[in-house]
Design a binder for this molecule. Structure first.
Ligand code: PEP
Ligand code: MN
Length: 361
């Protein structure tokens, strides 16, 4: 399991928190009032670090690209008035220099930056030897080596107070998540860097408010060390990522409803073991559902093609082939042939009715 047996001191254990680390704040700093309002409201939660994006990497041009360096002064003021540590995203050496000049405590490297070894190298060099906490988001693509590479580049510059943020991975086409969690990647990361705190960013994984609590609980069940949750005084009016932000009040409720599981193996409760196994099942179920959605999508494409070419939906020969292949695969498992047959019949029926809908549209 992940951070059981953790003995080494790191920046997180030095913070001495009695609960998982909570980083909260708006996707973007918008106005001085907004930053101050959210900072003061977060004082009523277990938040330790106030986050706000100042320079916003947008996938496409023409969207709000952040307020720029002026926002650093707002964060400074928020820190003075509330005592919260402050965090912002840096995407080039100039950002690093400005953020350090304004006493920002925590710098994070965004998912669109982690993919670029040249940029990560430049940023790492600009950070050489700093004592600040540096968090690295996973790259947008599901590539563990790129994520690890960023840590290696930072360690090589003697930047050692590091943390990893799991914010999910993009995929082509719509899935139930804005960014697929691909839990196996952070789990592998943790095995490679057991002493680096691992933080979930459910906001960017989910892309909407509804799944934040669920994702946080999953992460805690997997022994993550903390959470970064986008929090805005008026989420629906946010200038970026409106659908996924929550109010400080909701944040407080959400966090207080999470169960924190003990990680020490010696006295682990059987309920904890069960919950961890259930988490693994949930992860697999997510994958099963994503695969079924993908299958149904391809079925739809086939239906469009059949419609254009005036071919009937049911091709008995093809269906027999599919079923025979699956029964054959199933022979090597403990699953009964009867189960595989029922499962595939159900999938096939759903595909047929999906195709019917398309053809008769
Ligand atoms: C953000 O934290 O607002 C952000 C832009 O995140 P990411 O780099 O994960 O997309
Ligand atoms: Mn965001």
């Amino acid at each position: 399991m992940m951070h059981e047996n953790k003995t080494k001191e790191n920046w997180l254990s030095q913070l001495g928190l009695s609960h998982p680390l909570l980083i909260a704040g708006p996707c973007s700093a918008e106005t001085e009032e907004q930053v101050m309002e959210v900072a003061h409201k977060l004082k009523d939660t277990t938040t330790t670090i106030l986050r706000a994006g100042i320079w916003k990497p947008r996938t496409r041009p023409g969207y709000f690209e952040g307020v720029g360096a002026i926002g650093l002064k707002w964060l400074q003021r928020a820190k003075e008035e509330t005592g919260l540590l402050t965090a912002t995203e840096v995407a080039n050496p100039q950002h690093v220099e400005l953020a350090l000049k304004h006493d920002i405590d925590v710098l994070w490297i965004g998912a669109r930056t982690t993919v670029s070894p040249f940029v990560v190298q430049e940023i790492a060099q600009a950070m050489k030897g700093i004592d600040n906490i540096v968090l690295v988001k996973n790259p947008v693509n599901p590539d563990l080596a790129l994520w690890e590479g960023a840590f290696e580049r930072l360690y090589a510059q003697n930047v050692t107070k590091l943390g990893a943020i799991h914010r999910g991975f993009s995929s082509y086409g719509k899935t139930q998540y804005r960014n697929n969690p691909e839990w196996q990647i952070p789990i592998d990361f943790k095995n490679r860097f057991p002493d680096v705190p691992l933080i979930i960013d459910p906001s960017h994984i989910a892309g909407n408010r509804d799944k934040i609590a669920y994702l946080c609980q999953k992460a805690l069940d997997l022994n993550y060390d903390g959470m970064m949750i986008e929090t805005h005084p008026n989420p629906d009016k946010a200038w970026s990522d409106a659908a996924q932000q929550i109010t400080p009040k909701r944040l407080k409720e959400l966090v207080s409803n999470l169960s924190i599981r003990r990680a020490d193996v010696g006295e682990q409760h059987s309920a904890d073991i069960l919950n961890k196994l259930r988490t693994k099942i949930d992860i697999v179920d997510d994958q099963v559902m994503a695969l079924l959605m993908n299958r149904m999508k391809i079925t739809g494409e086939i239906a469009e093609w059949k419609k254009e070419n005036n071919i009937s939906i049911l091709q008995a020969e093809r269906w027999n082939e599919v079923l025979a292949r699956m029964l054959d695969l199933g022979e090597e498992t403990d699953m009964s042939q009867e189960f595989i047959q029922r499962l595939y019949k159900a999938i096939h029926q759903e595909s047929i009715s999906h195709q019917n809908k398309i053809i008769n549209k």
